[in-house]
Write a protein that binds this ligand. Structure first.
Ligand code: CP3
Length: 355
């Protein structure tokens, strides 16, 4: 019997527990991956990193990006793998000057007015990010048959924070101030980012991404009014745009520290899954977030540094609270560089021993 392309595709997705959950099943034990699972906590990552000049060059070198994406899979057997890149490739592709300083994180030449926005190369995104699509094409061939492949982007608000502040700043005061003072101007920036991000994600799907995650790391600093206009509305538009071209590719949103606004975020944006930061209690999330939405999260990344009994208890609590729900185990925020790799292995063993 020969299978139709749709049947082949369905059989491929069925072999991947991460996608089975997003496609509608409860899977026990739950699939697990971790934000920032590729990174400096792994000696093999540091070795590849040392051989390449700048961090962005690293993101644009498919050989290196494929290698470091695969490293945590080989070591830990995660159920999903996330493309190795960064949310700040979008401002870079738009022509803003972006650099990564050792020990300091990203530094951008800040945009503070309309003349800065006018200089952006709005049409350049897909062409300029060609190496990233090449990385995805290679990964879709090289990852194990049971592993899902996640593409991602930063959400417009979070990317705008870096573009306007010039770096990550906890209060995001310039970006929030601009948005209150001159909403139409700030909207222009959001519109540019909605279009660029939609095009970027659609191209990632064409290159092999099987699910997408939108990182809104600075969602938690906003008032209710700005959360609606700067987090929910742009995310809703991106989900709508991506669905037009890729209706079956699940989208996970991560409105970090969105608190009581998270249920509204889920309902209004139409995301298929939501990643929860470690401040969100699962018993609350199970009640307040519609069952049609997959929950993901939310182990405190600090516990992964601490290890031992405290870590085991943290894992067990999450497993107990998420039973009978479509759930993907993850952290509340990315792995930090000081994490001992053996603690990551310990979490995975504990989860897999629980089903
Ligand atoms: O494994 C993965 O999760 C995939 C790769 C990935 C990176 N960054 C690689 C990276 C992903 C998904 C990101 C997302 C990202 N980048 C976010 C959203 C998630 C979050 O953490 O809130 C943000 C805000 C950024 C911006 C960014 N990139 C910062 C603030 C920094 C510096 C801090 C740090 O950890 O160094 C980066 C650099 C960065 N992005 C590194 C990696 C592996 C470290 C760079 C290095 O190796 O020198």
């Amino acid at each position: 019997m020969t299978l139709s392309p749709e049947q082949t595709q369905a059989a491929k997705r069925q072999a991947k527990p991460f996608l089975r959950v997003l496609d509608g099943e409860i899977v026990s034990p739950p699939p697990v991956w971790m934000m920032r699972q590729a990174g400096r906590y792994l000696p093999e990552y540091r070795e590849v990193r040392a051989g390449i000049g700048s961090f962005l060059e690293f993101c644009y070198t498919p050989d290196a990006a494929v290698e470091v994406t695969l490293q945590p899979l080989r070591r830990f057997g995660f159920d999903a793998s996330i493309l190795f890149a960064d949310i700040l490739v979008i401002p870079d592709a738009l022509g803003q000057n972006v650099t990564f300083k050792e020990g300091e994180g990203p530094v951008l030449e800040p945009i503070r007015d309309l003349s800065g926005l006018d200089k952006l190369d709005v049409g350049g995104v897909v062409g300029n990010l060609a190496p990233i699509f090449e990385t995805l094409r290679r990964l879709s061939v090289e990852i194990p048959k049971t592993t899902g492949l996640i593409g991602f982007a930063g959400s417009p608000w979070t990317v705008a924070v870096y573009m306007v502040e010039g770096r990550g700043r906890t209060e995001c005061e310039r970006a929030r101030g601009w948005a209150y003072r001159a909403p139409a101007e700030f909207q222009k920036l959001m519109d540019i980012l909605v279009d660029a991000t939609s095009a970027y994600l659609i191209e990632q799907v064409k290159a092999g991404a099987e699910a997408l995650q939108l990182f809104d790391s600075w969602a938690g600093v906003l008032s209710v009014e700005q959360f609606r206009s700067l987090v929910i509305e742009p995310t809703r538009r991106i989900v709508e745009n991506v669905r037009k071209s890729a209706p079956d590719v699940p989208i996970i949103g991560f409105p970090r520290q969105g608190g009581i606004m998270i249920p509204e975020y889920v309902t209004e944006t139409g995301v298929d899954g939501v990643s929860l930061d470690h401040s969100v209690p699962f018993d609350w999330a199970m009640r307040e977030i519609p069952e049609t939405c997959v929950l993901q999260g939310n182990l405190d990344n600090r516990l992964l540094v601490v290890g031992g009994d405290a870590l085991d208890r943290g894992v067990d609590t999450i497993l107990e609270q998420t039973r009978d729900r479509r759930f993907i185990f993850n952290l509340g925020h990315g792995i930090v560089p000081q994490t001992p790799p053996e603690n990551v292995a310990r979490v995975i063993e504990r989860i897999r021993g629980s089903g």
